[in-house]
Design a protein around this ligand. Structure first.
Ligand code: MLC
Ligand code: AMP
Length: 478
């Protein structure tokens, strides 16, 4: 099946209903359908064929939705790119995905103009198998360069249907969608839950904490999806506003990074709602969640979602008893088939049909999972992933950097932020390296400090022992 069949429940079935609010404009489902049909024609004019890739590097916008739906309607593979990525990061994705077209804020204007002049007839739907790729989403690989996770129509469908069922999302809901559509959180959870349920969405260009209270109070949503940084920001709202918001909200969901138990408790005291924490990955979409009805246990990611099987294994691949830590493996209709054009990486990502998450977890005797960390040294800052290796490789290219190690330090707002430890040689200039990082790396990857060290602590095999690096005192965010 094509995801569009599910979206047609709303695009066609609820055509007259207001679907979307964006920057003061509103659109019915039928209007969005017509826009997407025109955009599909514009892609056809550009020579797109099923299986071609379209890279889209756009902030949340109606055009981004048009392009996504146009891809699904024509069998084109949608490849969203983080808008914070700079040249170096983008070049890698382009050379790997080989898109027919790369759309940024500049190109989209022309494309939208072309589309507006075309008829809104539905394109003939290509005969797609549910196992066909709907999107390729780049995720920072442990090797430093990011890999494209191929997500099928069936993966996305299984994920969204689970969320509708488990979180009781219906067309009566109002979803305030503030997270970026270029990641699976915004796209696979936010956009898909909206289009299938037929609820009303207010899409924000991005989450701005200064405007959050006004958006909540004006739109009066029932449903909100956020990363922990957003919930930390929401703790700063005045208590009267928080109480008013709490009164019309039905469900707050958090994911993409660990939600500190204290934030969950403080949020509940302020808003009168216990945040539902869930756990996912780009490669697997959503794996686990705390129950909608039942105990939302602080510090845990709850129970496997319907259809998801989970195993916790020791390094020899043997199951560990409940209460003990091991690596988490998952299997289910939500799990991707593999990485784009990377047979070897795909082969090593699976064991016995289960995907190796790289997350260290334990299961309680009553089935709740707690994530305790990662096997790799992944840093998650504001819900964005940072692989230290990528920054280390960049730093080593800079003048005066003899050795470099990047590690995460705790940050009250963003969870973690990266800092760099450098063994410096002649010509090192911290300000110049900082400027280079700012121009070449996404802002969230830029090290917050460069800490000079005489040498990096290494094992006998030469591996840097990051836990032995002197940690600066935790940062407080801003
Ligand atoms: C952040 N920045 C953005 C931005 N988000 N800039 C433009 N558009 C966006 N959407 C930049 C800012 O310019 C700034 O850069 C820095 O990031 C912090 O911004 P801030 O204004 O201080 O925001 P803050 O209150 O800290 O909140 C940041 C945030 C953002 C929460 C809005 O981090 C965010 O949108 N996170 C969501 C990430 C996400 O969706 N992850 C899902 C991955 S999928 P500078 O230069 O000033 O530092 C996944 C699977 C799963 O993990 O389980 O979901
Ligand atoms: P990504 O590669 O961006 O898809 O990020 C996936 C990673 O985010 C997972 O492997 C986890 O390490 C982390 N993650 C997602 N949700 C949670 C959560 N609720 N708690 C802790 N970590 C999470």
């Amino acid at each position: 099946m094509n995801l569009i069949q599910l979206f047609d429940l709303s695009l066609v079935g609820r055509g007259g209903k207001t679907a979307l609010e964006f920057e003061g404009a509103s659109f019915t489902f039928a209007e969005l359908d017509a826009r997407a049909n025109r955009m599909a024609s514009a892609l056809a004019v550009r020579g797109f064929r099923p299986g071609d890739r379209l890279c889209v590097q756009l902030a949340n916008s109606v055009e981004m939705i048009d392009l996504y739906l146009a891809c699904l309607k024509t069998g084109v593979i949608f490849v969203p790119v983080n808008i914070l990525y700079r040249d170096r990061e983008v070049r890698h994705i382009v050379s790997d995905a080989e898109p027919r077209l790369f759309v940024t804020a500049t190109e989209v204007v022309e494309l939208a103009c072309e589309a507006a002049a075309l008829p809104s007839d539905r394109p003939a739907a290509p005969a797609l198998d549910g196992d066909a790729p709907a999107g390729i989403i780049y995720t920072s690989g442990t090797t430093g360069a990011s890999k494209g996770a191929v997500i099928t129509h069936n993966n996305f469908a299984a994920n969204a249907l689970n969320l509708l069922a488990c979180w009781q999302i219906t067309e009566a809901d109002r979803l305030l969608l503030a997270i970026p559509l270029f990641h699976v959180h915004g796209l696979g959870n936010g956009l898909h839950a909206w289009l299938i349920s037929g609820c009303r969405v207010r899409l924000l260009n991005r989450f701005e904490h200064q405007k959050a209270a006004a958006e909540f109070l004006d739109f009066r949503p029932t449903l909100f999806f956020g990363v922990p940084t957003i919930y930390v920001r929401l703790l700063d709202l005045p208590s009267e506003a928080a109480l008013e918001i709490g009164a019309f909200m039905r469900l707050f969901v958090s994911g993409s990074a660990p939600l500190p138990a204290q934030v969950l408790e403080d949020f509940e005291a302020l808003y009168g709602h216990r945040i539902l924490e869930r756990y996912g990955m780009t490669e697997t979409l959503m794996n686990m969640g705390n129950p909608y009805i039942g105990e939302r246990r602080a510090g845990t990611v709850g129970l496997p979602l319907p259809g998801v099987s989970a195993r916790v294994l020791d390094p020899e691949g043997r199951p560990v008893p409940d209460g003990q830590s091991g690596e988490l493996y998952v299997k289910g209709p939500n799990v991707f088939p593999g990485y784009w054009r990377r047979k070897e990486a795909t082969r090593t990502a699976f064991e016995d049909g289960y995907f190796r998450t790289g997350d260290i977890a334990l299961r309680s005797p009553d089935g709740y999972f707690t994530l305790q960390g990662r096997k790799s040294d992944l840093i998650i800052s504001g819900g964005f992933n940072i692989y230290p290796r990528e920054i280390e490789e960049f730093l080593l290219e800079q003048e005066g950097v003899k050795e470099a190690a990047v590690a995460g330090v705790a940050d009250r707002v963003r969870g973690e932020v990266p800092v760099a430890y450098v063994v410096i040689g002649e010509g090192f200039d911290a300000a110049a390296v900082d400027a280079k990082c700012r121009s070449a790396l996404a802002s969230f990857k830029v090290p917050r400090a460069f800490i000079p060290v005489d040498k990096l602590p290494r094992t006998a095999l030469g591996k840097v022992q990051k836990h032995l690096l002197p940690r600066p005192t935790s940062t407080s965010g801003s």
